[in-house]
Design a protein around this ligand. Sequence first.
Ligand SMILES: CC(C)(COP(=O)(O)OP(=O)(O)OC[C@H]1O[C@@H](n2cnc3c(N)ncnc32)[C@H](O)[C@@H]1OP(=O)(O)O)[C@@H](O)C(=O)NCCC(=O)NCCS
Length: 170
Amino acid sequence: MTYSPVTNDDVDELRAFLSQADLTIAGLESPAVRVWVDRGPDGSIIGSTGFELSADGANALIRSVAVTSTRRTAGEGTDLARFALEEAARSGATRAWLFSRRSGPFWQKLGFSLADRDALAAVLPDTQQVRLFTETGQLEREVAWARDLDDIAGRSVRVGQSGPAEMTCR
Ligand SMILES: CC(C)(COP(=O)(O)OP(=O)(O)OC[C@H]1O[C@@H](n2cnc3c(N)ncnc32)[C@H](O)[C@@H]1OP(=O)(O)O)[C@@H](O)C(=O)NCCC(=O)NCCS
């Protein structure tokens, strides 16, 4: 699976895609937000994934993981999420966090556990989502999740690769 980094030319299409998936579109144009997309045979976006690092690089806020509605429950979401975790680990992050109110079981299958939203905001205060949710008061309604990246840190793994280098989900 090859995912393409989002460029300025893709941002409007990505915003529309994420809006359809009911995900946050704030700050997608920020260079700090790294997002990749998967495109279908007709060239349209069918999946997306990404993250934003804390200033010290130790923590990653996973965001924008979405699969177009007609392609869900076939493993694509797992591939996209794993890709973001691998890229975050390769960038030096040792812990991944995210906000998800509706997809907790999906993230639990990927090794995430419930986390303290204020702890998330404390380690990732400058990220686009934390700033938005803090400003709007939405933070109090969000559900935070986290997992360590120790088991995949430093590995050069491609999505779908099997064998000992594959990421292990807890
Ligand atoms: C969440 C999402 C990315 C999952 O994509 P997907 O391609 O359906 O995921 P997968 O097929 O890899 O699912 C893996 C497992 O998680 C389960 N799962 C997927 N989405 C789930 C959800 N919202 N709630 C509960 N379980 C879910 C699947 O049933 C599957 O379980 P199984 O291994 O027992 O079969 C997709 O539903 C989506 O785009 N939702 C809208 C955007 C969103 O909420 N993103 C997450 C916040 S960043």
